[in-house]
Design a protein. Structure first.
Lengths: 539, 240
């Protein structure tokens, strides 16, 4: 242990009580209510319906992963092979958008492009061709999942190419390797190390996908475990079935999560030069043509729904929808849930990251510190629906759950967005300890005054960004509120969901755009506060 | 028997505000050293010679033939980098064999040739080792073996031994110098250590801020630095 600094365990332990504490509590509640324990005898909740749902969940997640990667791999190779072209960095930024766009809004955008009455279908009919069939069922789910996860794949795989040192390309040039030999000898071995982890993550995300399947899935044929839990709990009030589904969901995610942890690796070597080295196979005309095709396809795939959201929102009955009081009340509640969730995530994240930092830097227990942060990021395993279902069963006999819909939604979203806070704030805290612990011990700076002088100035910006991101994500969330909320007017996401459900597409378009504007405002305001605070601090 | 030499004629290369303007002639079959601080442009000079960078103006000639517009693979030039000379997932033998066929489809003769080259650099019995199971010096020996099988008349050394200890570094320099003598290669080596240049280079050039400020026989250049930048670099008084 480093002289002059104690390792404080209490913040981390308190944070662990929230996450994964509440998740464990939720699972314990589910287990206590599980069919095996109930009067109906063991296994009563597991009928053929459940196995059919599990089968569909696996099939759609597997196909979504394959399609996302089959699109992402050649596209990432094209991006890596063309390190300089106008709009390249904008394109990489564009590929970050689907991750922060409210899922329900993205689903609306996708139907506006690919749906029965969407842009493509209308264009086909205008040319006298048959239009597209309705987007519901497996094909709609696959399109939506590829919209979200192809860009995620690109962003996760691009570092694999970036990690190839410049010398390797020069060597390849000197040895006269062609494009195929470059793929076989340079790219393929590196991809083999990285792709399984990325594939597992995408599989996990699609396996637990809720909103996409809720809106685009149709009936028992196209239902995933997550949506089936919601149906059992909220529509059929079949607790046995809900519990069985939730336990199946957690077990499957646990296996997939362990595989993901095992398979994910960081790239082997870092680039040694700042200057861009030109690949020897960049000049071939066929390669250039293929790259242009992939890059254009990727750009359109992500851009089209975003354009559709904007255009149809502005062309919709804007005055009519915005003139309604309930819309603004819902927007206010969405923002309130978002900001509360972001604040909660920030507080829990800071506490957890402080203890993890103390353990890693001061007590030299970095493995323990890593486990602490992984434990705080368990939301990939215990999905928001399972967490919500557990809390629902726990609270339902004791309190009026539906009256508590907003705080509960904020709580679930706070825990779900915790990993983002840890990712952004954790490294900064560790760095301040590594750089300043000795100096602080030397001049006797500690406690609150140390936090004010040393930690806070470094933390303001990343903390504000983390809270802004968590808040924006929670503002647009449908999962938790659809689990706890009764009234469709509660939040904008719920309003959008009910408008989509009753095919009021013109109204949905305006609500979708307003929801995006609300999320964006929440993000900009909170991030701006961080900026302003750091300007005051430095002036 | 005519030995090829390397000639860089009025090369001009701009990278942002930084520019390189240089000419250099390397005697055939000899070792020429390019000295200078980091950032002087030594590695860029070699990159231009190898074809990794294209000059804005000027010519690169090997054995009198202009190669300025040829891609790296078609220039009679081989390069050793400071690191990343080997593919981490390929064995020592495969890394050498890449010099014979970049797709690793080898004839029986080529296999014998790769094995013999590994033996010449003192790596008998280590053919199937992966780079991570080799020491830093052994890894560079594998890379040298590859340049041997490539049979290119000009060898460019971009500080490949800079990370090695002093005695190992001298051994490696002597090894390269031996091959230079056997095969009649022209060697241009970049280094920031004057001792390396004195050990194997007959002539040397001093580079500073993208320009070659002084050149000549190594001992003469280093013993009587005629320009202040070189004296500063060597840390000796300036002899006017």
């Amino acid at each position: 242990m480093m002289v002059g600094h104690r390792t404080r365990l209490w913040p981390g332990l308190a944070a662990l009580a929230a996450s994964p504490g509440l998740a464990i509590l939720a699972i314990a509640t589910l287990l206590a209510a599980s069919p095996g324990m109930g009067p109906a005898g063991p296994g009563s909740g597991f009928d053929s319906y459940i196995w059919r749902v599990l089968g569909f969940t696996l099939v759609q997640a597997g196909l979504s992963t394959i399609l996302s990667l089959a699109f992402a791999l050649p596209l990432t190779r094209a991006l890596a092979r063309r390190p300089v072209f106008p709009g390249r960095s904008l394109m990489v930024k564009l590929f970050g958008l689907p991750l922060v766009l409210p899922v329900i809004v993205a689903v609306f955008g996708i139907t506006a492009v690919w749906g029965h009455n969407g842009a493509i279908s209308n264009a086909l009919e205008a040319m006298g061709l048959p239009g597209l069939s309705p987007l519901y069922g497996l094909s709609g789910i696959l399109i939506a999942h590829t919209f979200f996860n192809m860009p995620l794949g690109v962003r996760l795989l691009l570092p694999v190419w970036d990690s190839i040192p410049g010398e390797t390309w020069r060597l390849a040039g000197q040895l006269g390797m062609n494009s195929w030999q470059i793929f076989r000898l340079i790219e393929f071995p590196r991809l083999m190390a990285a792709v399984p982890g990325v594939a597992m993550l995408i599989f996990l995300l699609c396996f637990s996908s809720f909103t996409v399947v809720l809106v685009l899935g149709g009936g028992p044929r196209a239902t995933t475990l997550e949506v089936a839990i919601w149906q059992a709990l909220r529509l059929d009030f079949d607790i046995d079935r809900a519990v069985a589904l939730a336990l199946l969901q957690v077990s499957a995610c646990l296996i997939a999560g362990i595989l993901f942890y095992r398979l994910s690796r960081t790239p082997i070597s870092a680039p040694t030069e700042e200057r861009q080295v030109v690949r020897p196979d960049a000049a071939s005309r066929f390669g250039l043509l293929a790259d242009i095709v992939w890059l254009t396809a990727g750009f359109l795939w992500v851009m089209a729904p975003l354009v559709a959201i904007t255009v149809s929102g502005l062309a919709g009955p804007v005055a009519d929808v915005l003139g309604r009081a309930n819309i603004w009340a819902a927007a206010g509640r969405s923002a309130a849930v978002g900001v509360s969730a972001g604040f909660l995530a920030l507080i829990i994240g800071l506490m957890l990251a402080t203890t993890a930092r103390d353990l890693a830097v001061r007590s030299r227990r970095s493995r323990l510190a890593d486990w602490l942060e992984i434990a705080g990021s368990q939301t990939l395993i215990v999905s928001p629906v399972v967490l919500g279902a557990g809390l629902f069963l726990l609270l339902f006999p004791r309190v009026p759950v539906f009256d508590w819909a907003l705080p509960l939604a904020a709580l679930v979203n706070g825990l779900v967005t915790l990993p983002y806070v840890l990712r952004l704030v954790g490294p900064v805290l560790r760095r301040t300890a590594e750089h300043h612990d000795r100096l602080c011990a030397g001049i006797g700076l500690s406690g609150i005054s140390r936090f004010r002088i040393v930690e806070w100035p470094a933390l303001r910006r990343p903390a504000a960004t983390a809270m802004a991101l968590a808040s924006a994500l929670a503002t647009g969330d449908l999962t938790a509120i659809v689990l706890f909320g009764l009234d469709p007017d509660t939040t904008l996401a719920l309003l959008l969901y009910s408008a989509l459900g009753s095919y009021r597409m013109d109204q949905a378009a305006v609500i979708a755009l307003l929801l995006v504007a609300t999320c964006l405002s929440v993000f900009i305001v909170i991030e701006g506060l961080g900026r302003a605070a750091s300007r005051i601090g430095t002036s | 028997m005519p030995h090829p030499g390397l000639e860089l004629r009025n090369l001009s290369f701009d990278f942002g505000p930084w520019s390189l303007r240089a000419s250099l002639t390397a005697e055939p079959g000899h070792v020429t050293a390019v000295l200078g601080a980091s950032g002087a442009g030594k590695s860029t000079l070699l990159a231009l010679a190898a074809g990794f960078e294209r000059p804005d103006a000027g010519q690169v000639r090997v054995h009198g033939e202009t190669v300025t517009n040829l891609p790296p693979a078609r220039r009679p030039v081989a390069t050793l980098f400071q690191e990343h000379n080997l593919f981490a997932h390929l064995t020592a033998f495969q890394n050498v064999a890449l010099g014979l066929d970049p797709g690793l489809r080898l004839t029986e003769d080529q296999r014998r040739c790769a094995t013999a080259a590994l033996s010449r650099v003192g790596l008998d019995g280590k053919e199937s080792r992966l780079p991570r199971a080799l020491s830093g010096g052994e890894r560079q020996r594998v890379a040298i073996a590859r340049t041997l099988v490539m049979r290119r008349p000009v060898l460019l050394l971009d500080e490949p031994f800079a990370a090695l200890g002093p005695s190992l570094r001298r051994n490696m320099l002597d090894l390269v110098d031996g091959f230079r003598r056997d095969q009649g290669m022209t060697v241009v080596m970049v280094t920031h250590d004057p001792a390396d240049a004195r050990r194997i280079a007959e002539s040397a050039a001093f580079m500073h801020d993208g320009r070659i400020l002084s050149s000549g026989p190594t001992a003469e250049l280093l013993d009587n630095p005629r320009i202040p930048e070189l004296a500063d670099y060597l840390g000796v008084p300036h002899t006017p």
